[in-house]
Write a protein that binds this ligand. Structure first.
Ligand code: ADP
Length: 255
């Protein structure tokens, strides 16, 4: 793959009560820096702002109210970017913040501008770091707030990426939620999103994550239409990104 979008889930970037896992961020930056040296184009989609804000504002673990979560996102976003900036500065790489809503893709003019700015950033060797603009987006369903799965798939599709990598706290897509069922089986490859595959997407069991598998399967559908492959893999695997780029079979590959 030449152009890759990498999405870091809430469960991977945050500790239990929202604080950032900085060691992990440094590890991601080192892998991206390596890909950069191979002239790959990398776009990062990073969750985590809500957790950081909740932590800083001392709101306890996971307040549910949408306005509070939106406020927390506004507080946390610049701290999140600051940490990414530090992680990438080790490799002399600049980062750029891009906050998006789904509306960013619906108007052709906005979308063309977006595509131009991301392409220009890539041309200058900058790492674009995208997050959903949680403070302004208006989701009718609370559960989708902070879900970057579909957003990252839209970015991959519109930027004509070859691959989308979703790093999560789970090894990939199982035939049922492995946190609840000991006999769950990991799917290595999914070549078609059938209703059976869709039925595997449950709601997330963690208190931090937001999308669960449902939104990841939705993301796979968006990628599929765009001719982009997608991999769900466990962020705790050492050098997971590089292994996937080298074709090692970790996680679930959606063709
Ligand atoms: P992230 O923040 O990385 O996007 P989520 O918590 O949103 O993570 O989604 C991952 C979680 O989805 C897993 O930890 C697991 O509990 C849950 N899940 C539900 N159904 C499945 C399934 N069929 N296969 C794998 N994970 C599942």
């Amino acid at each position: 793959a030449k152009k890759v979008v990498i999405k870091i889930g809430t469960t991977s970037i945050s500790n239990d009560c929202g604080g950032l896992n900085e060691e992990f961020m440094k590890h991601v930056a080192s892998q991206i820096a390596y890909l950069h040296s191979l002239e790959k184009e990398v776009i990062l989609v990073s969750s985590g702002s809500i957790g950081v804000g909740i932590d800083l504002m001392q709101l306890g673990c996971k307040p549910r109210e949408i306005p509070v979560r939106q406020a927390a996102a506004a507080v946390g976003q610049n701290v999140l970017m600051q940490k990414w900036m530090e992680a990438f500065s080790t490799y002399d790489l600049n980062v750029a913040q891009i906050l998006l809503t789904y509306d960013s893709f619906t108007s052709r003019l906005t979308y063309l501008n977006l595509r131009n700015s991301i392409s220009t950033l890539l041309a200058y060797g900058v790492i674009p770091i995208i997050n959903e603009n949680d403070s302004t987006c208006v989701h009718e369903i609370e559960a989708t707030l902070g879900d970057n799965d579909r957003l990252s798939a839209m970015v991959a599709s519109k930027m004509e990426a070859d691959l989308l990598i979703l790093l999560s706290d789970i090894d990939g897509l199982y035939d049922k939620n492995p946190k609840r069922h000991k006999d769950a089986v990991l799917l290595k490859t999914v070549s078609e999103i059938t209703p059976t595959i869709e039925s595997y997407g449950g709601s997330p069991s963690s208190t931090k994550g937001t999308g669960g598998m449902r939104t990841k399967i939705d993301a796979a559908k968006i990628c599929n239409i765009a001719g982009c492959h997608m991999v769900i893999a466990n962020s705790s695997i050492q050098n997971a990104i590089l292994k996937i780029m080298e074709g090692e079979e970790i996680g679930t590959l959606f063709l």
